[in-house]
Each structure stands twice: as structure tokens, then as C-alpha cells.
Write a protein that binds this ligand. Sequence first.
Ligand code: SAM
Length: 216
Amino acid sequence: MFGSIAWRYDLANHILSCGFDFYWRRRAAEIVAHWRPKKIVDLATGTGDLAFAVAKKSPDAEIIGIDFSEDMLAIAHRKGLRKTILADAMRLPFADSSFDCLTIAFGLRNMEDWGAALHEMWRVLQPTGHLLILEFSLPQLSILRTLYRFYLHRCLPFLGSFLARQKNAYHYLGDSIEEFPSGVAMCRMLEANGLGAVSVEPLTGGIVTIFTAEKL
Ligand SMILES: C[S@@+](CC[C@H](N)C(=O)[O-])C[C@H]1O[C@@H](n2cnc3c(N)ncnc32)[C@H](O)[C@@H]1O
């Protein structure tokens, strides 16, 4: 599915989020820079936009992008991401404790087993290493949530099929956001997988959330 929308992924993102995606990734990159990481892995890197935002704010860090879609990685390469590996985030080709920072934007929600994916992230992080997850969520405020749901389920599939010629991917997007745990449920899931010092930062009325945590 991601391979089939790769060619229009960036443009569709910027249009469908009304440009807010730049701000979300920039905020994530600011948080990462504050940790002063040396070696970062960006999982589900796609076309590399989070990796580029992070590299800009943490220019001295080494950053590796991982994705299982060749088409997405080809675009990331073309845009200038130098280190990429074609791999499944559920089975990372790295030894334990390989990184002091791990980032993932709009990726965890798509994985077949969230707990197992978090456990794999925990494995490759060094003790006290940092994890940042940027993911869609549902606004807490009920009026906002109603409006957002209308946009997600009624407008997005229509706009997505026009922009990326792929209606199913954008139906899937709304459904997967509904199913993905947010807020306290997500914090519990992080803690259940050996991560502590969890923090939650909702952005843009709560339509996305940044979760950060540390390997205990
Ligand atoms: C919505 S895109 C996010 C891309 C990028 N992180 C961003 O911020 O735009 C999700 C990406 O996750 C990748 N992906 C999903 N499941 C994966 C897995 N198990 N292993 C590696 N990549 C995966 C897809 O190929 C796709 O490129």
C-alpha cells in the first residue's frame, strides 16, 4: 500500500494536513536535539521527512532511516538521505543497545503488533536511550473530535483518492487512527515494554501526539 502511494506521499501529506506536518516534525526534531543524541535510527522513515528534520536540528548525529518499502526509501534517497536500510521494524538488523535515540513518525500504528514492535525498539536502544513517537490521535475535546472524525472518514478518502489515486489507503488511515491507543493507554503500553519517564505532548488540538520515553 505504501509503495503504491510513494510517488505522491509527500504532496498528499502537506495538502491533507494543511501544512501542519512541517510543524509536527520540526517540534519532534527540537525534542530530539535537546537529548544531544549521537546515533539515531528513524524507523518507518518513509520518504525521510522526519529524518531530515532531525538531521537539521542535530547536525552532528549519525542518522539511519529504516523502512520496508523500497519505493518509499528510493524517494528518501533521491531527497538526500544517505544512510537507509530496507528492513522490517519488527525484526531490526541491529545488535542490542545499538542506538542512543530512536524516532518513529506515523509508523507504529501500521505495525502488525504494537507491543512486539515496541519491544524491538527497546532492544536496540541503549539503557537510558530515548524514544520519540509521533503519531495521529483523536482530539480530547468532543466538538473537535466530531469535526476531525468527519474530516477523517468523509473528506480524507475522497481527497486521498484524488491526490494519490488510492482511496483504500486513506480509508485505512482513518480506521487505523480510530484503533490506535492514545493518551494513557499508549503510556501504559510503553511502560509495559520496559520504557519509563514517559511524556505526552498533544499538538494541533490533539490530532497528533508526541510520546517520549527512556529505556529503563
Ligand atoms: C505513514 S508512513 C510514515 C513515513 C514517515 N515516517 C513520515 O513521517 O512521513 C509509514 C511508513 O511506515 C513503513 N512501515 C510500515 N510498517 C513497517 C514495518 N513493519 N517495517 C518497516 N517499515 C514499515 C511504510 O512502508 C511507510 O513508509
